[in-house]
Design a protein around this ligand. Sequence first.
Ligand code: G16
Length: 550
Amino acid sequence: MSSLPVSSIRALADLHPKPSNLRFQYGTAGFRTLGSTLESVMFRVGVLAGLRSKKLDGKTIGVMVTASHNPEADNGVKLVDPRGEMLEASWEGHATVLANAADTDAFIEAVENLVKTMKIDVSKPSRVVYARDTRPSGPQLIASLEDGFQAINVEARNAGVTTTPILHYLVRAINTKGTKDAYGEDSEEGYMNKLSSAFKKLIAGKPASPPLIVDCANGVGAQAAAELSAYLGETLPLILHNTATTAPGALNNACGADFVKTQQKPPPSLASHLKPGQRACSLDGDADRLMYYYLDERSQFRMLDGDKIAALVAAFIGDLVKAAGLDGQVRVGIVQTAYANGGSTKYLSERLPVRCVSTGVKHLHHAAEHYDIGVYFEANGHGTVLFSPETLTKFAEHQPSTPAQSTAVNHLVNLTQLINQTVGDALSDMLFVEVVLAHKSYSGFEWDSLYVDLPNRLVKVVVADRNIFKTTDAERRLVSPPGLQARIDELVGKYDSGRAFVRPSGTEDVVRVYAEARGKAQADELAFRVAGMVYDETGGDLAQRPVEFL
Ligand code: G16
């Protein structure tokens, strides 16, 4: 049996020393921090991805270099498992250990330990497909990642500059190629073809859609949206904005899904383009989140976030299941997080089973897999719909007894092609929303009227050490620091329809505070007061309390 190529690992690891003063953590969406500090992490992730592939008998693992909605100077890396889902949670710890080994010797020792404890047969082949977003730090970080691949002889396929969801798609397509579960052609064209053909079938016979404005966050989604637009042609005219992928400092700056969600307003760059009634949407920096919005007749901004998307699409799927005659045989369920607006949870739970899980796509994805059709969306616009393998078989074997049933089953089958089953995908979700709007003849107004959002506020607090904040109950309650939750509860009790929670971010060095209440001013006040409690807890100087409202 061959052994680890230690001398090759050593020679290349020496080129990427770990900064001695930094500690890295595989968090909500992989490693994420200032791009300039990440070279050693990238190299080590390259080695880890190779080992993960060997452990899984040479199946292809994905590596995405992106910091998504974060500022342009940040970067990050996340690993994708063979079915296109996020890295198995138990390996996140291994990733963190490898990333923090102090020097080359310690790194080699950590790799040897991992090989031993996980019983990895290093003679197996290892295969990886990797990609990056448009961040300026990307090329250099990719070079470090490639050194990691080289160190342990990974067969690596470069998918270039592309979106996170396309990379996830590629991983699943590569691993299922030639099998009965073949997911699609393993290329970007394969992805575009799959989505656009399903979309065209689903809207056949519907009146032509008015153009949709798409804010591409000046990120990699601009490229993919332009390509998709060419495939869609007149079936869905897209007007792309914020496509300056090479303009320094432009990425996610005053634009993109996170800006819209947290500022609760449209990107200023769209101001002169948004007319009352005009539908628009924003992608984030790696095109895995989607926010819709429109201006009402009084030119007031109306946001259609992940919760509104969940309400729209879950009801549509539920109706199709009934119309297909599969009611009772196929269970549709919803997964949300604590950030879901109380209005949406009330609306959805009156119709379908709803579960709340911790923030992070991996948590939502796994919970959604427990349903026959699992709809999951984070309020921030990250989400998708999963169809279980048994459900796909039911669709294939179902004998419709009326033409209406037959049409409904066909729509469901086409939806399984339209919706990215691997991860939240802004472009796929956008097409799905457009299908539902076309079928229901809804404008933004009718969609928005499904339920009324409770006013809410999201605040970040910069603290000395966010790790002192520990949560339970799907991150809805704090267990540490001691006593803080009781004080929050007491305060929340004073607000009509009040709700608030505190959790440390897994992608930024901040603590997040969410609050909602009957009135806007009350929600703002509650968020601000809880944020103040959080800051005080860390012993800060009140006069310089660095609470930033988003
Ligand atoms: C990532 C995760 C999301 C999460 C978001 C914010 O999104 O994939 O599930 O909601 O970070 O996480 P946190 O509040 O822990 O910072 P993205 O789009 O940045 O990859």
